[in-house]
Ligand binder design. Structure first.
Ligand code: NAP
Length: 271
């Protein structure tokens, strides 16, 4: 048991399919048997059962208490970047949760602040994977400022701004680099930019350090389809979209080493 400490409060997020729900029930019963407390509102530990997508949902559900909540992911499908425990290991995981003070590793997040033309309100989001910006109709035309200076006017399908742990998701499909999550950085990747004798963009992914802000400013159209991880929203009358490394971090409970590059290899190369 956990000695004289207050019992650990846990919550479980399931992908919702039968396998994940059965496993969720099993984990919950085991942890309650160890006298841990189930608490959906203020958990110390959130166990995500499903895939990386499930962990994204769990992250957004608890993103207002990131300093107090750690996450761990069990996958019921293929190996994930956030979900790296397999169902056959859950007894081991449950015992580790119940008996050992676990180690916590922190990974960088992306902060996105959207400001609107009519002033006043602004919307702030945290992304675990990425933010994407697309036009509602036709080509996205947007000024890209880095650290206060105009870098380029982007024309194309869209832009993707990702975190290091999100670099293996949409960013990778766009030809972005895979970034080790110990790097406090964000990466800007293009989606099908228009490049010819008239229009020019850098054409390469850009990796920005924590003290550099990337600001996107509309050129003509002010309505955009903006995604934050799995959440996609239409934003109207946008004045600017500010992206930078967030002050907040996601905390993962670590019970055993699973080096990032091994996870990359196991996910994309090894059988
Ligand atoms: P989805 O379309 O149902 O799933 C997208 C896929 O991305 C799933 O296979 C998911 O893994 C995987 N994934 C999520 N985060 C990852 C990460 N950090 N590293 C490697 N793979 C990752 O959408 P969803 O489940 O709601 O997830 C939203 C995410 O989809 C977005 O954040 C974006 O990164 C990704 N996406 C990718 C593309 C693309 O690659 N062309 C296009 C659009 C969106 P699981 O199966 O384990 O859940």
């Amino acid at each position: 048991m956990r000695g004289t400490q207050a019992p650990l409060k846990f919550a479980i997020t399931s992908k919702g399919d039968e396998t994940s729900n059965t496993l969720t029930q099993k984990i919950k019963t085991y942890l309650l048997d160890f006298d841990l407390q189930y608490d959906e509102d203020t958990p110390d530990l959130v166990i995500s059962v499903g895939g990386d997508g499930t962990l994204l949902y769990a992250f957004h559900r608890y993103c207002r208490r990131l300093d107090k909540t750690a996450f761990v992911g069990v996958h019921t499908g293929h190996l994930g970047f956030y979900a790296d425990w397999v169902p056959e290991e859950i007894e081991k995981l449950v015992i580790a949760i119940a008996k050992t003070p676990y180690q916590v590793v922190e990974y960088p997040l992306l902060e996105v602040i959207i400001r609107y033309i009519n002033g006043g309100r602004e919307a702030k989001y945290l992304a675990l994977n990425e933010c994407t910006v697309k036009s509602v109709s036709g080509t996205l035309v947007i000024d890209v400022e880095i650290r206060g200076d105009l870098f380029e006017t982007f024309r194309g399908d869209g832009l993707c701004i990702s975190t290091p742990t999100g670099s293996t998701a949409y960013n990778k499909a766009l030809g972005g680099a895979i970034l080790h999550p110990s790097l406090e950085a964000i990466q800007v990747t293009e989606m099908a930019s228009i490049n010819n004798r008239v229009f020019r963009t850098i054409g390469s992914p850009l990796v920005l350090p924590a003290h550099h802000t990337c600001m996107l400013k509309p050129v003509n159209d002010v309505d955009f389809q903006i995604t934050i991880d799995h959440l996609s929203l239409l934003h109207k009358d946008v004045k600017s979209i500010q992206c930078r490394v967030a002050d907040e971090k996601i905390r993962f409970a670590r019970f055993r080493p699973f080096p990032f590059w091994k996870r990359v290899r196991d996910s994309f190369i090894a059988d």
